[in-house]
Every structure is written in structure tokens, then in C-alpha cells.
Design a protein around this ligand. Structure first.
Ligand SMILES: CC(C)(COP(=O)(O)OP(=O)(O)OC[C@H]1O[C@@H](n2cnc3c(N)ncnc32)[C@H](O)[C@@H]1OP(=O)(O)O)[C@@H](O)C(=O)NCCC(=O)NCCS
Length: 163
């Protein structure tokens, strides 16, 4: 696997994030959502390949409140999918939220998104609920959301969670 680094998303990243978002998701976030990594999402990181020039190939937007983490968005540039980078990014997200004091992490995923479901299951997330007709589809229909949860996330290195 090539050398990589994980660093907080910055305002200058918005064009790269937006380009990946448009290509990776069937229902991409608007630039206004992507451009607000601080505040609503206290954990928003980009995955960058060191060679040739710290190329951004993926990102996640998450938050941790009162011991519960939530993943809102994760994507890998389609050019780099299927090479293990999604696992790298998801593990980094779990580690960051665990260190921030998250006991568990929640997420929602489309019922049709088998790739993401398999990724989450591989990393210990379990299906705990379904939300009927939660997502709009491009064909005008709606589809269910899977609500998934991973427990036992908090690490011994936790230090950000208020006492
Ligand atoms: C979901 C996503 C982040 C996975 O990233 P990735 O880099 O392709 O994933 P990896 O190569 O690290 O694969 C890790 C695991 O994910 C699962 N997976 C990935 N692609 C898959 C596919 N096309 N079909 C089935 N399972 C798949 C497998 O369990 C895989 O483990 P394995 O290689 O041991 O079989 C990527 O497909 C993506 O960005 N999709 C579009 C955005 C999206 O759907 N985000 C989630 C919204 S909830």
C-alpha cells in the first residue's frame, strides 16, 4: 500500500472533495454542506497519498457528542476504490472517535449500498434498525435506510471527553 497521511479537511480542499463527492455518491452533498467541516462535524479528515503530491483520495465527516459517535459521510475516489483505502479511512474514523470518547458509533446507509454495508460489517458494525423509505432515489422512488452501530469503540487513549 502506498504511503498516505490523514489530516483535517481544510477550506482549500473543497474543490477536491466536491469532485470526489459528485463521482462517488448517487445523492451527493452540496458544496455548502461539504465546506462546513468544523462546528457540525468535529471530526472531518481527508486521506492523502504522499506521492506525488498529497493527493486527496477520500474523506469522512463525523462527530462525537456525549459519548456517541456518528458517521455522516465517507467516500473514496472511485479511481481508488477496491484497493483497501475505504478500510484505512474507516479504521481511522473509528480510532479518532474512540479517542474522543465515543463508546459507540452510529451510521445510516442505503439498503441498496452493498459495498458500504460490507465495509461496515467487516469493521464490526451491526444492523440494528431499518428506517422505511428514508432515502430519496433518482427514479423518484424511496428506499430504506439501514441503521448500523458499532460498540466498544472508546480507547484507553481517550482524552477529549469531558469528565
Ligand atoms: C464504501 C466505500 C467507502 C468503500 O471503499 P473502498 O476503498 O472501495 O473499500 P475497500 O477496498 O477498503 O474494501 C473494504 C471492504 O469493503 C467491502 N467492499 C468494498 N467494495 C465492495 C464492493 N464493490 N462489493 C462488495 N463489498 C465491497 C468489502 O467487505 C471489502 O473487504 P474485502 O476487500 O476484504 O472484501 C467506497 O465504495 C465508496 O466511496 N463508495 C461511495 C460512497 C459511499 O457509498 N459511502 C458510504 C455511504 S453510507
Amino acid at each position: 500500500m502506498a504511503d498516505y497521511c490523514l489530516s483535517p479537511l481544510a477550506h482549500d480542499d473543497i474543490h477536491s472533495i466536491s469532485a470526489i463527492e459528485q463521482r462517488a455518491h448517487c445523492s451527493p452533498w452540496a458544496d455548502t454542506q461539504l465546506a462546513a467541516p468544523t462546528g457540525r462535524f468535529d471530526h472531518a479528515y481527508g486521506l492523502r497519498l504522499m506521492q506525488p503530491h498529497a493527493l486527496l483520495i477520500g474523506y469522512f465527516y463525523a462527530r462525537c457528542i456525549a459519548g456517541e459517535g456518528e458517521l455522516f459521510n465517507i467516500a473514496i475516489d472511485p479511481t481508488y476504490q477496491g484497493q483497501g483505502w475505504g478500510s484505512v479511512l474507516l479504521e481511522a474514523m473509528i480510532k479518532h472517535l474512540g479517542e474522543a470518547g465515543a463508546e459507540c458509533i452510529w451510521l445510516e446507509v442505503r439498503e441498496s449500498n452493498a459495498a458500504a454495508q460490507a465495509l461496515y460489517q467487516k469493521h464490526g458494525f451491526k444492523l440494528v434498525n431499518r428506517r422505511k423509505h428514508y432515502y430519496a432515489c433518482t427514479n423518484g422512488r424511496r428506499e430504506d435506510a439501514w441503521v448500523m452501530q458499532k460498540n466498544g469503540v472508546k480507547t484507553k487513549a481517550a482524552h477529549h471527553y469531558p469528565a
